[in-house]
Design a protein around this ligand. Structure first.
Ligand code: ADP
Ligand code: MG
Ligand code: ZN
Length: 483
């Protein structure tokens, strides 16, 4: 019988650190704001002879913060190393990185695969390095821009513990969320500040061997990570099924053609001739310093999710949605604090109408100017039946567009809910009297007509009738007209 295969995946994630200056010089790390190529540079980041690097203190703090957030142990003694290779985007001919002693190692992150199973992915190491320059390939030549060269870069390397593409996606999503929560990286993948590399092998289900892997470089979106991984898994399975062997190599991902392409045979560590960076002393971190970094850790997505479930009675997926972004979670909590409505109701509004508006207008939660207390007021007006749900949506759109006060908008737009039973009865009676044919059809068994009758009520009242009252009166009226 043919074996079925399972993937073995390990991810390497590169994220630029949000510092003011570059890793080893005082040039700005905000290279995107430089007016021209090669203006945000100095002798250190362009690799001029004799220029000496100095470690960016803030970058070490941010790296330690990430290490702690990923449950790593911090190496109090850690060192920089030279990783030697020649490429035009690397002016020194080597990258300063960390090799034998990274700043943090042996951590873990809980992830879910598609089936809601939780698994623990071990984080092998978190180390500091520097970003490269950017190349622009023209027809017969390439241009190099050193503005990005030397920007602090963090590399987070997982153990090969991931067994599904879904779990790889969840791992990457969670790392991005954590980096954003910590304020160490914007997560803006379109700008290339966060990049994934997927190491992939496949093996027969039930085996615990580690087979030859390939490494797909520079995946710049979640979509690319998923598509490239799926493609590579299929490609390797096919090779084994045809009796071949997988070659260890570095691959690129062609997003247009949807295929991985061979870039070079995989280099081994010894190819890089790593050696301790002679221009930088080892980092000696004090316990007190590490503890002060630890005290800066915010409540992270995992803990926040658990708290939202227990404090607000939300489901796992509701809590996950709200905690996916720190600003969204904070917004939700502010609305809950100002409102008398149940937290579940507030979740429904935010996950529903609120998000729909943001998506439709291409806005993010960070762009929202609607004050949480204003949204709370609006939701409370629906909860206490001052207005109906559809009127609530109208008010929300108005608030997003022009601001204002919910009560004032309700008044101006004449949206108060009709709760007066007699008034609603009058409308229901008129609809029943005006439509004898539909009444007969309904009473003869065409039950779907009930929605039509309710639609007539909504039309006659501009959606303002209390739906429960209207429904009750309609049922009664139809019953009375049964022959
Ligand atoms: P290096 O890049 O120094 O050669 P490793 O090969 O040990 O280091 O690991 C690099 C990445 O590849 C890690 O993320 C690791 O989890 C992953 N990896 C290692 N072996 C395999 C394998 N057999 N299948 C899939 N991924 C692997
Ligand atoms: Mg690598
Ligand atoms: Zn510089």
């Amino acid at each position: 019988m043919k074996p079925t295969y399972e993937p073995v995946i390990g991810l390497e994630i590169h994220g630029e650190l949000l510092t003011n200056s570059k890793m080893f010089c005082s040039c700005s790390a905000d290279y995107g704001s430089a007016p021209e190529p090669n203006t945000n540079i100095c002798p250190v980041c362009t690799g001029l002879p004799g220029a000496m690097p100095v470690v960016n203190k803030k970058a070490t703090e941010l790296a330690a913060l990430v290490g702690l957030a990923l449950n790593c142990s911090i190496n109090k003694h850690n060192t920089f190393a030279r990783k030697n290779y020649y490429y035009p985007d690397l002016p020194k001919g080597y990258q300063i990185s960390q090799y034998e002693l990274p700043i943090a190692e042996k951590g873990s992150l809980k992830v879910n695969d598609g089936s809601e199973n939780q698994l623990e992915v071990r984080v092998r190491r978190v180390h500091i390095e520097e970003d490269t320059a950017k190349l622009a390939h023209e027809k017969n030549y390439a241009l190099v821009d050193f503005n990005r060269a030397g920007v602090p870069l963090l590399e987070i390397v997982s153990e090969p513990d991931i067994r599904t593409v879904e779990a790889a996606l969840d791992y990457a999503t969670k790392i991005r969320a954590i980096l954003r929560y910590l304020g160490v990286n914007s997560g803006d993948m379109e700008k290339g500040v966060l990049r994934f590399e997927a190491n992939i092998s496949v093996r027969p289900v039930g085996s615990d061997e580690f087979r030859t892997r390939t490494e797909i470089k520079n995946l710049n979106s979640f979509r690319a990570l998923v598509r490239a991984s799926q493609y590579e898994i299929e490609r390797q399975i096919k090779i084994y099924e045809e009796g071949g062997t997988v070659v260890q190599e570095t691959l690129g991902w062609d997003d247009v053609r949807g295929v991985t392409t061979s870039q070079r045979s995989k280099e081994e560590a010894h190819d890089y001739r790593y050696f301790p960076e002679p221009d930088l002393p080892p980092l000696q971190l004090l316990d007190a310093w590490i503890e002060s970094i630890r005290s800066q850790l915010p409540e992270l997505p995992e803990a926040k999710t658990a708290r939202f479930i227990s404090d607000f009675g939300l489901t796992l997926s509701e809590a996950r949605f709200l905690t996916s972004e720190q600003t969204l979670a904070n917004y939700f909590e502010s609305v809950v604090a100002k409102s008398k409505s149940p937290a579940k109701t507030i979740h429904s509004w935010i996950a529903g109408e609120f998000m729909r508006y943001l998506n439709d207008s291409g806005l993010s939660i960070d762009d929202v100017t609607l004050a949480p207390e204003t949204l709370a007021k609006l939701i409370d007006m629906v909860t206490d039946k001052t207005i109906g749900a559809s009127a609530g949506k109208t008010v929300l759109t108005e608030l997003f567009k022009n601001g204002g006060d919910p009560a004032q908008i309700v008044k101006e737009k004449n949206l108060l809910q009709m709760t007066d039973v007699n008034a609603i009865q009058e409308i229901v009676t008129k609809i029943l009297n005006d439509n004898p044919k539909e009444v007969d059809e309904f009473n003869a068994g065409k039950e779907t007509l009930f929605q039509w009758f309710m639609g007539q009520v909504a039309r006659a009242t501009k959606g303002k009738a209390d739906p429960n009252v209207a429904k009750e009166l309609m049922v009664k009226g139809l019953e009375e007209r049964k022959k």
